[in-house]
Design a protein around this ligand. Structure first.
Ligand code: PHE
Length: 352
């Protein structure tokens, strides 16, 4: 039996509607219109009951064919619409990879970190190890093991924050040298630098802070001489302030070194002629140093008849202030971004 006119008309109309559906929503409406519970195709099925019995199977088959055709067409249209949608989306979301990227604000390295890292790099290159220590330290390692027994007058050089009678905030990074030597069971060589924060009971002003940074250096081996110390420090001065810098050693006193020296570097600003940075002297004091005192070696288990060593301690705060022309040490610790951002600007221009 051929399709009834109503049937083929309905089919034709359905195909037109399907093709005219321009998005998934419209297509869904078309689907409901023809195939839904109250849809036209479903309606055709309802006529079945009015037909003579022998015509029913053929009629049913015809309606099913119409239904299948419409279902198939909807599915195809569905695929086309999905592809169109994706194409449109891809087109609208195209990325122009040639555009310059958006700048990510990542800040700059703190001037102290920069200075500490510069010094670390130099000493790593010379085969030193970097050793960390405790900021809360025992009186024994901070003082006694460094030849500063209880009630030694030189303790006054380093006013301290005590937590108990035996525990304090370390006043220098030297306790790390005492602890490291002790661990080596009297066997050299020891070649370390110890950077870290230290604390002293000081009233804060432009050049003093109750918290500051130090780097301690220590070398202990057979046959270490004062000239080794001098050569090492000359290299350090050049690294920090330029190739033309020279150093001079002045006699000084530290309980843990003998002899002890204060080390000056020739002024990087006036080249030694005298200016405001070097207070007209041509020299700038940058660190304390000396040959490790035999008592210190002995207390840490080294035989001073066999081993000798040198130690030095410097303050990255002071170095950074000199290098970058910073007049107030408190800038390092108050975290004002306007101060810190200046380093970013200088860094961006590749000046440091
Ligand atoms: N620890 C000393 C200080 O803080 C510095 C120093 C270290 C001096 C090592 C000599 C040798 O004053």
């Amino acid at each position: 039996m051929a399709q009834t006119e109503a049937m083929s008309e309905l089919k034709q109309q359905a195909l037109v509607d399907i093709n005219e559906a321009n998005n998934e929503k419209e297509l869904q409406d078309v689907k409901v219109k023809y195939l839904g519970k109250k849809g036209s195709v479903t309606g055709l099925m309802k006529h079945m009951k009015d037909l003579p019995k022998e015509e029913k199977p053929a009629y049913g088959q015809q309606v099913n064919e119409v239904r299948q055709t419409i279902e198939q067409e909807i599915e195809e249209r569905q695929t086309v619409l999905a592809k169109e949608k994706l194409d449109k989306q891809l087109e609208s979301e195209t990325i122009d990879v040639t555009l310059p990227s958006r700048r990510i604000d990542i800040g700059a390295k703190h001037p102290l970190t920069r200075t500490v890292e510069e010094i670390e790099d130099l000493f790593l290159g010379l085969g030193y190890e970097i050793v960390d220590g405790y900021e809360v330290e025992e009186d024994y390692y901070n003082f006694e093991a460094l030849n500063l027994p209880k009630s030694h007058p030189a303790r006054d050089m380093q006013d301290s924050f005590y937590i108990t009678d035996e525990i304090l905030m370390r006043t220098h990074t030297s306790p790390v040298q005492a602890r490291t030597m002790e661990k080596r069971n009297g066997q050299g060589p020891v070649k370390i630098i110890c950077p870290g924060k230290v604390y002293r009971r000081d009233s804060d002003d432009a050049t003093h802070s109750h918290q500051f940074t130090q780097i301690e250096g220590l070398v202990v081996d057979k046959g270490i001489k004062m000239s080794d110390l001098k050569g090492t420090l000359a290299l350090l001065a050049k690294q920090l302030f330029g190739e033309d810098r020279e150093i001079r050693l002045r006699p000084s006193y530290f309980p843990f070194t003998e002899p002890s020296v204060e080390v000056d570097v020739s002024c990087f600003k006036c080249n030694g002629k005298g200016c405001n940075v070097c207070k007209q002297t041509g020299w700038i004091e940058i660190l304390g140093a000396g040959m490790v005192h035999p008592n210190v070696l002995r207390m840490a288990g080294f035989d001073p008849e066999v081993y000798s060593g040198f130690a030095f301690g410097l303050g990255p705060d002071r170095i950074a202030m000199l290098k970058y022309g910073i007049e107030d040490i408190r800038h390092f610790y108050t975290n004002d971004v306007r101060f810190l951002n200046q380093f970013k600007a200088v860094e961006d221009r590749g000046e440091i």
